[in-house]
Design a protein around this ligand. Structure first.
Ligand code: AHR
Length: 335
């Protein structure tokens, strides 16, 4: 009797263990890639992605290079890209985001023209379940309204511009500043970072500061007006981008002074035009701001769509260039 009870118990436990073994689905689970959002929907690949991009415009050589980088990378990876150009207007950019929401894209990339005024449309994207990746420029919104920011440390670019300028002028200068687009992240931060460092140089004075809207044409106009007002009193120019510096160089030459010599010039971006100006002795330094963000952007987009975690800020790696290295480096510059 006792032996029979032991036999029944043995059969009972063996059948439970056997069933448990059968209920495993070895292959379907183990073949899922790490980071899949669920075991039901398989991980997406680049070719499955539909990505919307609301570009702010084409105001500078930098922006043109940035757009090419986004488009070329999408082509290379086989991503379906819906690219919209807002032509320098925030209302167009907001409308572009709304179009992309209606089209139910997987993710939206955006370079916000200005920092503020995005809460409502970002909330609409969030409600539609579409993540937003900020590219190149930050927006002042709550952290939960965007997934990540990919781009430069504009404050540090402003600080580096001042450090370089201080060396060039031996701590003594009358500076005019060509500011970028008003209320944009790079203009705000380059303005603040520059002043932070200038506090340690009482001999360096900013005698005027006006927006040139990041364009060559406006940079030239504003510089011409500065020269009319202050003439030879100006000893240095701080331009928030290379395009405005190149415009200022033309204005200085037309006024009859030598850019880079009579007036020292430091700007930001490190475009090919800046390298050419340095080789010609007309620009004294350029602080790099990297526009080639396409590869990192799509890598982030894929991770986000597949539910993988990404850092809240992915900073670009950047350096400073001077005239002495310009001829050697120019042939390697991609923008
Ligand atoms: O946001 C990056 C800035 O925008 C670049 O420095 C400038 O050239 C561009 O227009």
């Amino acid at each position: 009797m006792k032996a029979l009870r032991i036999l029944i118990l043995f059969i009972f436990f063996a059948s439970i263990l056997g069933l448990a073994g059968c209920s495993q689905q070895p292959d379907s689970i183990s073949t899922l890639q790490p980071g899949s959002s669920s075991s039901i929907s398989p991980e997406k690949k680049y070719q499955d992605l539909i990505v919307g991009y609301a570009q702010l415009g084409a105001e500078s050589d930098w922006r043109v290079a940035n757009t090419i980088s986004i488009k070329e990378t999408a082509d290379k990876l086989g991503v379906e890209l819906r690219f919209l150009d807002a032509q320098q207007k925030q209302e167009n950019q907001i409308e572009a985001i709304r179009k992309l929401i209606v089209q139910k894209v997987d993710v939206i990339g955006l370079s916000p023209i200005v920092e503020t005024g995005w809460d409502e449309v970002f909330q609409e994207a969030k409600d539609a379940g579409i993540p937003i990746i900020l590219v190149d420029r930050r927006a002042v919104v709550a952290d939960d309204l965007y997934v990540t920011y990919l781009g430069s440390d504009f404050l540090e670019e402003g600080r580096n511009s001042a450090r370089v300028m201080a060396k060039l002028v031996n701590g003594k200068a009358n500076i005019v500043e060509l500011v970028g687009t008003i209320d944009s992240a790079p203009a705000n931060d380059r303005y603040t970072g520059f002043r932070e460092i200038l506090k340690s140089y009482p001999g360096m004075k900013i005698i005027d500061s006006q927006s040139g809207d990041f364009t060559r044409a406006r940079g030239k106009e504003v510089m011409a007006a500065f020269l009319l007002k202050y003439g030879k009193k100006i000893t240095a120019v701080y331009a928030h981008n290379d395009d405005m510096a190149l415009g200022a160089i033309q204005a200085i030459e037309e006024y009859g002074l030598k850019p880079g010599k009579d007036i020292k010039i430091v700007s930001v971006d490190a475009t090919r035009g800046a390298f050419e100006a340095m080789i010609a002795g007309k620009l004294n330094a350029t602080i790099e701001c990297n526009p080639l963000l396409g590869p990192q952007f799509f890598e982030l987009a894929l991770k986000v769509v597949n539910g993988q975690s990404v850092p809240k800020w992915v900073p670009s790696i950047e350096t400073i260039f001077f005239p002495e290295d310009a001829s050697k480096i120019l042939p390697t510059r991609k923008y």
